[in-house]
Ligand binder design. Structure first.
Ligand SMILES: [Zn+2]
Length: 246
């Protein structure tokens, strides 16, 4: 494949820590890209097993496995709403994600397999202005963001990084654009006005996480995306820090 062809491929990869992260961050953007002919895949770093009920008494390995099974099915349902194709689960333990070399290698493997032009990921940094919001930054999200940006550059595009991947037939791949969600500064907004209902429908698919208080979630999503939209003359928008890899 030539450099030119690589650049024009309408393939995007969304890398997040947990099932449901991508829908909160970017469901409207993902649906918009799919409508524009993009093929979108997900890479989810953890097994989602710490997302069981807050009043749970049974937190045994069996109970964790049951949570994982439910959340994967819900993630598939959300992806079907958005038109997302494949979901790769790395199954790192939920709540304990670290930006390790193993995680970086696992992300590089998926980048080289799917060869996306665009990547959406979580911010590796906390935001301190106008004030730090406890609950806004899960440590798994920061670790996933950190590992993703390290995987994008230089490891994915450098044959000398993780040479064992060459043995697997996975050739270097250069990602062109990264969209960070939740970054300290945003520099691009995506108009999701026509996809707003679809974003809600995708979130609603995460029944075990959100059904009990979906009215509050919907009000929050409506308020936040409208606030972002207002800055850009749009009804509803999702914003990102977009970086190009020249
Ligand atoms: Zn999360």
């Amino acid at each position: 494949m030539t450099e030119q062809e690589t650049e024009e491929r309408k393939v995007a990869l969304v890398v997040v820590a947990h099932p449901d992260d991508a829908e909160f961050m970017a469901a409207g953007t993902i649906a918009t890209w799919v409508a524009d002919g993009w093929t979108v895949h997900y890479l989810i770093c953890t097994d989602g097993a710490s997302g069981g009920p807050d009043d749970a008494e049974d937190v045994s390995p069996e109970a964790r496995r049951a949570v994982t099974t439910t959340r994967k099915l819900e993630q598939r349902a959300a992806c079907d709403v958005l038109g997302v194709e494949d979901i790769v689960f790395l199954d790192y333990r939920d709540g304990e994600l670290q930006s390790t070399l193993d995680l970086r290698r696992d992300i590089v493997r998926v980048l080289r397999r799917y060869r996306p032009t665009r990547v959406i990921c979580e911010s590796p940094d906390r935001t301190w202005t106008p004030g730090y919001v406890i609950g806004a930054f899960h440590p798994d999200h920061l670790a996933a963001g950190q590992a993703t940006i390290a995987a994008v550059y230089p490891a994915s595009q450098n044959p000398w990084d993780f040479p064992e991947l060459l043995q697997e037939g996975l050739l270097p791949h250069k990602v062109r654009e990264v969209y960070f969600s939740g970054a300290p500064t945003a520099n691009v907004a995506v108009d999701i006005s026509s996809m707003f209902e679809r974003k809600l429908a995708a979130l609603r698919a995460h029944t075990s996480q959100l059904a009990a208080h979906f009215d509050e979630i919907e009000a929050l999503i409506r308020r936040r995306t409208a606030e972002v939209g207002k800055k850009h003359d749009m009804a509803f928008a999702e914003e990102f820090h977009r970086a190009e890899n020249r």
